[in-house]
Design a binder for this molecule. Structure first.
Ligand code: CTP
Length: 403
């Protein structure tokens, strides 16, 4: 998959990451794309127009008119197969979300009929600000593609989320999205995510701290790879964003089990990332349980193990992936789970790793496969980890086909 022969507008806005854009232009051209570059005035504080025009082999447009000539933004918008706004600053994102049109980038964006890719770049606090979150959701709802930010060192010296995706990753993202033959096109995937709540009485439950972020990122990554995804999601405020992800909300382990056993026979891939309760109260009290005595004992019974059940009915064309969250003897326990539940791969999380597990935006995972493979990945954002998991699924399915 490549961007060969594609006409691409690169729009650079005012963020320190603009210094990486000559490299991005170079990679696009090397891959066979034709590139025109736009830059806002603020962008030119961070990157010189001469560097950009030299690598693009075309003048950089930074204004709707240069005094004597009007730069036809409508024509440019129609010329392109794709527009990439990279880096997209918080300010520019706000303009795109609200339809403002006060520079060449916003004018071309509003005129463009081609797919638009946005690679945000900003400091973590700006990235986490509710207005940025809302703007991002808004531009996504207009059908634009968001290229996930990376986790790492930021211009402020802080470490966190908000770095522009690396130029190589932007090119890879474009190549995938612009090519019709997405690797999972026509396939169906089932993903579980989030916690489960097991009701004790009308106001209490047994639950866990899972936010569902990892499973949701996997659902989005499978959608981006072309699969039609059903996400069975426990109680959380997090949401999937890819248009090919259809979400079914559930609350308990039993509801998760029922949905999954119904959907799995029609699925090609299943990734069970939910943190499912292993036990539920034997009885749910009809009225609120009153306080009485100094202690209390709860009688619990085992929930259905969905991964285990799906493992039993798995067909040769299906790929089944489970998760394991371990605190000791991680590898040994992970491999045991792989065998016992008849999964094709187990994504192992260790709570011993800093930055991994519930609630974090990062994860440190090891991918265990049936051939005894244990691939340890570095600390990644959950979105990057999700892409790595999807790539491993592709490899597993490819190996299966050619075996
Ligand atoms: N899982 C499931 N249904 C359950 C419990 C777990 O589908 N009732 C799935 C999880 O989604 C995960 C995998 O099984 O993909 C492993 O879950 P985990 O809780 O780590 O393992 P358990 O088998 O429950 O074993 P233990 O809690 O003893 O480690």
């Amino acid at each position: 998959m490549s961007v060969k022969g594609k006409k691409i507008i690169l729009a650079v806005t005012g963020s320190i990451a603009a210094y990486k854009t000559p490299q991005l232009v170079r990679l696009l051209i090397k891959a066979g794309a034709e590139v025109r570059v736009l830059a806002t005035k603020a962008a030119l504080d961070f990157v010189s127009p001469l560097s950009l025009s030299t690598v693009a082999k075309h003048a950089v447009l930074s204004d709707v008119s240069d005094g004597a000539n009007w730069n036809n933004h409508v024509e440019l918008g129609l010329w392109a197969d794709a527009m990439v706004i990279a880096p997209c600053s918080a300010n520019s994102l706000g303009k795109l979300a609200n339809g403002l049109c006060d520079n060449i980038v916003s004018a071309v964006y509003l005129s463009a009929r081609c797919p638009v890719f946005i690679a945000p770049a900003m400091d973590e606090d700006m990235w986490q600000h509710p207005s940025t979150r809302a703007n991002l959701e808004r531009v996504r709802s207009y059908g634009n593609h968001i290229i996930p930010v990376a986790h790492g060192e930021l211009a402020s010296g802080l470490v966190g989320e908000g770095r522009m995706a690396e130029p190589e990753n932007i090119v890879a993202h474009l190549a995938t999205a612009l090519n019709e033959d997405l690797p999972l096109k026509g396939l169906k995937a089932l993903v579980t995510a989030g916690p489960t709540y097991e009701r004790l009485d009308p106001v209490r439950f047994i639950g866990n701290f899972s936010t569902g972020k990892m499973g949701i990122a996997i659902a989005d990554a499978l959608g981006a790879a072309g699969a039609d995804v059903t996400l069975v999601l426990g109680p959380t405020h997090e949401k999937a964003s890819h248009s090919r992800v259809h979400t079914i909300k559930i609350e308990s382990a039993n509801q998760l089990y029922r949905e999954c056993t119904h959907i799995f026979p029609l699925s090609d891939i299943a990734v069970l990332a939910a943190a499912v309760a292993d036990y539920r109260p034997m009885e749910m009290a009809a009225e609120k349980i009153k306080k009485a005595g100094e202690g209390m004992t709860l009688d619990l019974s085992k929930t259905e193990d969905t991964l285990m059940s799906l493992g039993k009915i798995k067909q040769p064309h299906q790929t089944l992936i489970g998760f394991a969250l371990e605190t000791n003897n991680e590898l040994e326990n992970g491999f045991k789970k792989l065998g016992a539940k008849n999964a094709d791969m187990i994504v192992l999380n260790s709570l011993k790793d800093e930055g991994a597990g519930f609630g974090h935006d990062t994860n440190k995972i090891t991918l265990l496969t049936r051939d005894g493979g244990a691939e340890s990945l570095p600390l990644l954002s959950k979105k990057e980890a999700a892409v790595a998991i999807v790539n491993s699924i592709l490899k597993l399915r490819h190996a299966e086909k050619t075996a």
